[in-house]
Design a protein. Structure first.
Length: 225
């Protein structure tokens, strides 16, 4: 940890963020004015997300780049990470002789109300995934908590007999009892806090925020349903 001349505290930025990571002051970045008062801090700035995603794209290509890839994007929260990750993979393909065809398919999971997980998980758009047979499948999720959701999804996808299945998760949350299942590619490991932005929502709000931020108590009240 170090301080700049304005006494702003900087931590070196590990991809594994400690429980005491305070985030960055909102004053250091710009964000939509309609969310002023609704956020506590910038937890992961947009630029850092982009840089980390570029690096994950490289690891993914190293592992999966020998065969057709089907990307399974888990909506809604995963759309931005998936789009940026696919861009990263496309950029690598453009700049090498090793290019592979890639399909993108979307499925939707829903299990959250307010900031709480509910027991029942709905998978939409995953009824017939027979086109996954023999393919390299990359499941792309924004956030993995207990890993229960991912485990259910993996079981569902395995039944369609892909050649290989890998999971990319932008965020892994350190929650009690996690590690039921961890992604193969992790963007950031974060403490158990409710975060929004970069397509992650709180009751459908905050998807239009580029940084990953911590929502404030007043923000939670304002958008509660
Ligand atoms: N933010 C938004 N959606 C989520 C989160 C979170 O922290 N955890 C699980 N779904
Ligand atoms: Mg949500």
């Amino acid at each position: 940890m170090f301080y700049d001349q304005h006494n702003v505290c900087f931590y070196s930025f590990p991809s594994q963020m400690n429980d005491d990571w305070p985030g960055y002051s909102l004053d250091l970045f710009s964000y939509p004015a309609h969310y002023s008062g609704d956020l506590d801090c910038v937890f992961i700035p947009h630029g850092v997300i982009m840089d980390r995603t570029e690096r994950l794209a490289r690891s993914i290509m190293d592992d999966l780049g020998d065969h057709d890839i089907v990307v399974l994007c888990v909506l809604k929260g995963g759309y931005q990470f998936c789009a940026d990750l696919v861009e990263g993979i496309k950029a690598l393909s453009r700049n090498s002789d090793r290019t592979i065809p890639m399909r993108v398919h979307f499925i939707r999971l829903k299990s959250y109300l307010n900031d709480q997980s509910t027991e029942d998980l709905h998978i939409l758009g995953a009824e017939d995934l027979s086109f996954l047979a023999g393919k390299n499948v990359l499941i792309v999720e924004a956030i993995v908590g207990t890993g229960k959701t991912m485990k259910t999804l993996l079981k569902h996808v395995e039944a369609f007999r892909p050649k290989m299945i890998k999971v990319a998760g932008l965020l892994v949350k350190r929650v009690p009892n996690n590690a039921a299942c961890l992604p193969d590619y992790v963007g950031f490991e974060i403490p158990d806090r409710f975060v929004v932005g970069y397509a992650l929502d709180y009751n459908e709000y905050f998807r239009d925020l580029n940084h990953i931020c911590v929502i404030s108590e007043s923000g939670k009240m304002k958008y509660k349903i």
